[in-house]
Every structure is written in structure tokens, then in C-alpha cells.
Write a protein that binds this ligand. Structure first.
Ligand code: AMP
Length: 287
């Protein structure tokens, strides 16, 4: 049976979501940018392009088997969806912010009756209710930052990533409701009924994310320094060591290494007399 998958059709999460699916090996043909849905040519998977904020509803109702959306949207929906894979992009947080001039510095100090402008009314309502705070939620569909200055609200709850928009609008972040990133989500029922298909897509996408964070490093190192190299570059299961024809003094090593370690590794290798140091990108890494 075809696996139905929902992907954000535009906005911040669209491009990287599609990139991950393409890199994980799904062939979406040429038309995917112009269509509301496409069938993968090489797998029994149908991809629907819909708004990120509609995806929790579609997944929860069972209309869609698995979706990519922000965890902020999942929190807002209130549905008990299963997060099967953090996608490590779209990082942001849903935060409470107050005008710097308000004098409020802690969530506990927010006065009763305070008006909160937000496009996340459910998550906001639940957050303040859990703290016994009686606030009035003012629903806006965007630009919450401007609402205190228009006199429409006293404080806001909005998505923050770097915090520069808040700063520009002289708002102070005083609390976090949800820490978010893009994720693949499904339901308990779908996870049980379609476990193999879900596992396959999750493993494929995970292998792309894991590979992107790493490089394949090759170098010829003095045989006498091999023990040091093994300590320096443990890799996934230790470096692969190979003989080099006609060079009894040297061995070739191959190792998978984190991108963050490349800079140090190359310099360390050079220092112990390594030659022919080469790094290559990795497409997929299945552990
Ligand atoms: P869209 O409104 O379609 O661009 O998608 C918004 C989604 O992108 C949100 O639900 C978040 O999951 C994610 N996101 C990441 N960083 C931010 C940010 N700074 N502001 C708004 N949304 C963000």
C-alpha cells in the first residue's frame, strides 16, 4: 500500500525537506516544484505538499501516514504525534517576549489579564494555564512583534531563532514554551501498522543527515606513527589500514571523520609526516 507523506509546500521548511528526500534516494521526477503531490518513481511513496501548520492535523487524522513539520506546529496542534526523526534544521523556539520598557523580567511577574498576541493560541493558552496565569490571547497570523506597539497586546508569544527580530523591536525574551526543529512525525497506529515502510524512510533520511556531518579521510602515514593515528582518528570502528606497494615505511589509512574534526585532523596528520591527505564527501552513512 502506498505510503502517504506530507512535506511543507513553502516557507522555511520546504527546501531542506525536499533536499533530504531527494538525497535519501526518492526520485520525485521533474515536476515536484509545480505540483501539489507527486508519486516517487522508484518507491511506493506519495508526497503531498501542504502547509507546515496543517501537517499535524493530516497526520493525526490518518489522512497522511508520515509528515515533516516543525515541533512547534506539533505542540500547537496538541496531538500526541510520534517524533520518529529529528531532522536537525529549522531550529527555533516558541518564546514569551515582553517590551523592554514593561519592566517585566520573569514569566511569574506577568500580571493577570495581560493580553498576549500570538499565532500559537493553543500552546500559549496551555503554557499560561499550567502556571495559573489568567491571560487573554489575541490571535494574530504574523508580525506579533508589532502588536505591543500598536496597543493590541501587552506581550507576545512568537518563534525566535537568532533573537535579532526581538532585539530590533525592543522586546525581551523571558521564557520558552517549546524548543523546536523540523522532524518526521507519525502516529502510534501508523507506526504499528506500517512499521517497515516508516523504518525504511527514517533510516534513509537519517543516513543522509549522518553522512552530511562527516567526511571520508584518506592519508598515507608513517608506519611507525600508526598507533598515534589510531588514537587521533578512531573513526567509526577504527581506521582501515592498508599496505602501499613498494613503501614498507608507510601505510594508507581510510577513516570516517566528523566535519568538525577535519581541521585539527589534517594539521595533526601533517605534523606526524602524513602525505597525500585527501577528504571526500559521503552520500550515505548507515550504522
Ligand atoms: P513557514 O511559516 O511556512 O515559513 O514555516 C514556519 C516554520 O519554520 C515554523 O513552524 C518553524 O518550525 C520553522 N522556523 C524556524 N525558524 C523560524 C523562525 N525564526 N521564525 C519562524 N519560523 C521558524
Amino acid at each position: 500500500m502506498t505510503l502517504r507523506m506530507a512535506v511543507p509546500n513553502k516557507g522555511r521548511l520546504n527546501e531542506r525537506s525536499v533536499e533530504l528526500l531527494l538525497k535519501s534516494g526518492l526520485d520525485l521526477g521533474e515536476e515536484w516544484g509545480r505540483r501539489l503531490y507527486v508519486s516517487a518513481r522508484n518507491q511506493d511513496i506519495e508526497i503531498m505538499f501542504v502547509r507546515a501548520q496543517d501537517i499535524p492535523e493530516l497526520v493525526n487524522s490518518g489522512a497522511i501516514d508520515i509528515g515533516i513539520t516543525g515541533l512547534d506546529q506539533v505542540a500547537e496542534s496538541g496531538y500526541p504525534l510520534e517524533n520518529v526523526l529529528n531532522l536537525e534544521f529549522g531550529y527555533c523556539r516558541l518564546s514569551v517576549a515582553v517590551p523592554e520598557s514593561s519592566g517585566i523580567r520573569r514569566v511569574e511577574d506577568i500580571p493577570a489579564g495581560c493580553r498576549v498576541a500570538t499565532s500559537f493560541p493553543q500552546a500559549t493558552g496551555r503554557f499560561f494555564e499550567a502556571r495559573g496565569k489568567d491571560v487573554r490571547v489575541v490571535l494574530v497570523s504574523g508580525a506579533a512583534e508589532i502588536m505591543p506597539y500598536l496597543g493590541v497586546s501587552d506581550i507576545i508569544v512568537d518563534l525566535v531563532s537568532s533573537g535579532s527580530t526581538l532585539k530590533m523591536n525592543r522586546l525581551l525574551e523571558i521564557g520558552t514554551i517549546v524548543k523546536s526543529q523540523a522532524a518526521m512525525v507519525t502516529t502510534k497506529d501508523t507506526l504499528r501498522e506500517r512499521s517497515k515502510e516508516i523504518e525504511d524512510i527514517v533510516n534513509s533520511v537519517r543516513s543522509v543527515i549522518d553522512a552530511e556531518g562527516r567526511k571520508y579521510l584518506m592519508a598515507d602515514v608513517p608506519r611507525s606513527r600508526l598507533k598515534e593515528v589510531e588514537r587521533m582518528l578512531p573513526g567509526i570502528g577504527g581506521p582501515t589500514v592498508m599496505e602501499i606497494a613498494g613503501r614498507p615505511d608507510m601505510v594508507a589509512i581510510h577513516v570516517v571523520i566528523s566535519k568538525n574534526e577535519i581541521y585539527g585532523a589534517i594539521n595533526d596528520l601533517k605534523r606526524i609526516g602524513a602525505q597525500g591527505i585527501l577528504t571526500l564527501p559521503i552520500d550515505r552513512l548507515v550504522q
